[in-house]
Design a protein around this ligand. Structure first.
Ligand SMILES: [Zn+2]
Length: 202
C-alpha cells in the first residue's frame, strides 16, 4: 500500500513537473497592423471613398480599442503617407511580430461581388498559422451579419512572400458593392470590424 502511495505521489510530481516545464511561456504578443496603400497610392477609389483612408481608420481603431496588457498593436503607418512594400517588409522583419494583418478593401467590376476574404502565404512555415487566424477573423466579421464570408486562399503577394512571420492580407468588403460600402465606410462598421479583428488575435 505504502509503495503504491509513493508511486502515485511520484506520478503526481511528474505530472506537475510536466505542466510547469512545458507550459509555453506566454509573453506579450506583438500584432502588426498594416494599413494598405497611403499617400499618392489611394488604392480602390469609388463613389468618393478611398481605400487608403478606410484601412487607416480601421488600423487606428484596432490600436485604440486594445486594452489588453498582453497584446501590443503596432501600426505600420498611422498617417496618410506613401510607403513601398519593401519598406513595410523591412519594418515587419525587424519587429519579428507574432502576426501581421495587412488591411485592404476590395473592388470589382461586378457590383454584386461582396464579402470579407483573406490571402495567406503559400510557404510551409507560416501558411497554417496564418490561415487558422484568418479563418477566425473572417468568421467573426461574417457573424455580425454585415459582410458575407469568402474564402481564405494562398497568394504569391510580395508582403506575404517576404514577411518572416504569420501574415495575411485581409480584404474587408467591396467598395464596389453598395451594402459592403455603406458598412465599411460607416463609423459603426469600422469600429465593429476593428473589434472583431482585435477579439480574434487576443
Ligand atoms: Zn488594397
Amino acid at each position: 500500500m505504502k509503495t503504491k502511495t509513493k508511486f502515485l505521489g511520484f506520478l503526481t510530481f511528474l505530472a506537475l513537473f510536466a505542466v510547469v516545464a512545458f507550459k509555453p511561456l506566454e509573453g506579450k504578443k506583438t500584432i502588426v497592423i498594416d494599413a494598405g496603400h497611403g499617400g499618392y497610392d489611394v488604392g480602390a477609389d469609388l463613389y468618393g471613398f478611398e481605400e487608403k483612408a478606410i484601412t487607416e481608420t480601421i488600423a487606428k481603431r484596432i490600436k485604440e480599442q486594445n486594452n489588453s496588457a498582453d497584446v501590443e498593436i503596432v501600426l505600420i503607418r498611422d498617417g496618410d503617407i506613401s510607403m513601398e512594400l519593401k519598406e513595410r517588409v523591412s519594418i515587419i522583419n525587424n519587429l519579428k511580430p507574432d502576426l501581421v494583418i495587412s488591411l485592404h478593401v476590395n473592388s470589382n467590376s461586378n457590383m454584386m461581388a461582396n464579402g470579407v476574404q483573406a490571402y495567406v502565404p503559400a510557404n510551409e512555415i507560416f501558411k497554417d498559422k496564418s490561415k487558422a487566424i484568418a479563418e477566425i477573423i473572417i468568421d467573426k466579421i461574417a457573424a455580425t451579419g454585415n459582410l458575407v464570408k469568402r474564402n481564405t486562399t494562398e497568394a504569391p503577394f510580395y508582403l506575404l512572400k517576404n514577411a518572416n512571420c504569420p501574415i495575411m492580407t485581409l480584404e474587408i468588403g467591396f467598395l464596389s458593392n453598395e451594402k459592403d460600402r455603406n458598412y465599411i465606410t460607416s463609423a459603426k462598421g469600422q469600429n465593429e470590424i476593428a473589434s472583431k479583428i482585435l477579439e480574434s488575435v487576443k
